[in-house]
Design a binder for this molecule. Structure first.
Ligand code: SF4
Ligand code: SF3
Length: 552
């Protein structure tokens, strides 16, 4: 049992096939197995919840929250803490059994699946886990399609959770999520039907990203063009990482007039683009780069670090900054303090704040500014200028380079690609992929920066809104007639929902790199290539050629 796992959900999976002894991400085999069992339990809960709804029996909202949180906790680099996963298993099995009891009481019949029937105490979790993972599906193609869908649902869950924390929810998304999870336990679908369900997942992904966009912009205003400081000030700081804007708001509120500055890291950078956060004079700037640089950058930051979501890089055993790491929401790391919700629904950051007061100010690692804030509202305000630039030929093409960053060496490609693009092209981006080129001096075209950063990976929704608007303005029938090409980088499962969302909108010819997902079987990859024109990346030169961008 020791050292026995199977996970291939992210881009850096071992040897480009699967992690079977330990995750390249640092996930232990035991954690991986507990996560497999958690997904088993979530499937069981979803089977009953789905049947109850089919029979018009209302399902408690706690079920929705549980499923969303459980899926989120299994996303790459979100949670490394066995204890917190095991607690979710205890709670989940209890929830499943109480839903089953409701079904019995209401005369709702349930399918005979292991996900509903298995009972076992903590001591049995590990043994059971080894039998319910990804490899339980023996057919390689069905396995591939099911996992594609489940990874999409994980990304969807993450975005839905952020919206829910801001008081925005949509019952139909939960229904879809649980219905689809139930299908993965009971459904006997053909490959074509699973493919259709994957596209449907993308469609609901668009709906979820739209919900989160509404939640964020209702609470904090529309992102606007903003210069973000990347240097440091002279007071102690707290570094906040991840995607959850509500956590940031509470942290900013609680650190008012405390003599502490707040800095963002990684995917929290776009928070600076929101008007509501500009009113905090102690919201100092962005420190560092994408998630995978955290071992060096957290050491030199000197103050406490709060993870609101993935991506956590497990600190080395002797890392001094580990004692300064805090987690919240679905994240967890053994030995790091987890900040939960108080009884009033608010979080209490006083321990982090007190620690910060005893810390040295951050050590400067760079200085200057970066510009972003080009979500749909801001870009649409500039629409006349943009359309004019396209019509005059000043802008020849937009290149969507959204997605994730990662530590694989081949990702240098994205820096070289951005540098090699002709000067009459504009990069549209969202997600932490931007760190590969957002500090390059790429200049502007008639005042329009050549890198337009819409925000976090979920703000890829903004890029879709912009594309749809341009299609309308240019009177085109099809999104693919626009002068936009897609060269997307992926790493974890949020990128999977973004990809499925783009496919569901009819976007074709997406280049996906730095490597194609290991979870795509050769046959499934073939379907994606033939029907959607998905392809991997080549060399910078080859790809510039393919995109018709070779000769400026
Ligand atoms: Fe491997 Fe990625 Fe799974 Fe981690 S999340 S175990 S790196 S495939
Ligand atoms: Fe980055 Fe983890 Fe995916 Fe939100 S923070 S994009 S990798």
């Amino acid at each position: 049992m020791e050292n026995n796992m199977f996970c291939f959900q992210c881009q850096e999976t071992a040897k480009g096939t699967s992690c079977i002894l330990k995750g390249v991400c640092g996930k232990n085999a035991t954690t991986a197995r507990y996560m497999d069992l958690l997904l088993f339990v979530v499937r069981g809960i979803s089977v009953v919840a789905d049947q109850l709804r089919e029979n018009n029996v209302p399902v408690d909202r706690k079920v929705d929250s549980f499923v969303v949180d459980a899926l989120f906790s299994t996303i790459t680099n979100a949670n490394f803490d066995d204890e917190s996963i095991v607690r979710r298993l205890d709670d989940g099995l209890q929830m499943r059994d109480s839903l089953k009891a409701q079904a019995v009481a209401r005369g709702v019949s349930l399918p005979a699946v292991d996900e509903l029937e298995w009972t076992g105490e903590r001591e049995a979790y590990d043994g059971k886990a080894a039998t319910v993972g990804v490899l339980r599906e023996k057919d390689e193609d069905l396995r591939s399609l099911k996992e594609l869908i489940v990874y999409g649902l994980k990304g969807m869950a993450a975005y839905l959770e952020h919206a829910m924390r801001l008081g925005h929810d949509d019952e139909s998304i939960h229904r879809f999520m649980q219905h689809t999870l139930a299908q993965t336990a009971t459904g006997n679908l053909s490959a074509a039907e699973w493919t259709a369900l994957a596209l449907k997942t993308g469609e609901v992904g668009v709906q979820t990203m739209a919900l989160l966009d509404r939640a964020n912009t209702t609470a904090y205003g529309h992102p606007e063009m903003t210069s973000v400081d990347i240097g440091v000030r002279h007071r102690p700081g707290i570094l906040i990482s991840g995607h959850d804007l509500h956590d940031l708001e509470e942290l900013l509120e609680q650190t008012r007039d405390t003599g502490i500055d707040i800095y963002t890291h990684g995917e929290m950078l776009p928070a600076h683009y929101y008007p509501a956060f500009k009113k905090y004079p102690h919201f100092a700037g962005n420190y560092g780069n994408a998630w995978w640089k955290q071992r060096e950058e957290f050491a030199s930051f000197n103050g406490p670090i709060l993870f609101t979501t993935n991506c956590i890089v497990p600190p080395l055993p002797n890392a001094e900054y580990k004692s300064r790491m805090f987690t919240t929401n679905a994240t967890g790391f053994p030995g790091c303090k987890h900040i939960g919700n108080g009884t009033d629904g608010h979080k209490d950051y006083s321990e982090i704040i007190e620690m910060a007061k005893t810390c040295q100010p951050p050590t400067e690692i760079e200085h200057g500014t970066i510009v972003g804030g080009f979500a749909h509202n801001q870009v649409l305000q500039l629409a006349d200028k943009v359309v004019e630039a396209v019509k005059s030929g000043a802008i020849r093409k937009f290149i969507v380079m959204a997605g994730c960053d990662g530590r694989m060496r081949g990702r240098d490609y994205y820096t070289a690609f951005a540098e090699s693009l002709p000067k009459d092209t504009v990069i549209l981006t969202a997600g932490c992929a931007k760190y590969r080129y957002n500090k390059l001096p790429l200049g502007d075209i008639n005042g329009i920066p050549r890198v337009l950063d819409a925000g976090q990976c979920n703000d890829s929704y903004s890029l879709a809104v912009i594309a749809l608007k341009l299609k309308e303005v240019f009177g085109l029938q099809d999104l693919n007639e626009l002068p936009i090409v897609y060269n997307i980088a992926w790493y974890e499962q949020k990128a999977v929902i973004v990809l499925l969302a783009l496919l569901s909108l009819g976007v074709k010819d997406i280049h996906l790199g730095p490597t194609l997902p290991a979870f795509l079987s050769p046959n499934v990859a073939k379907v994606l290539v033939e029907n959607f024109g998905i392809s991997g990346i080549g060399t910078v030169d080859e790809d510039l050629e393919k995109f018709g961008l070779k000769n400026a």
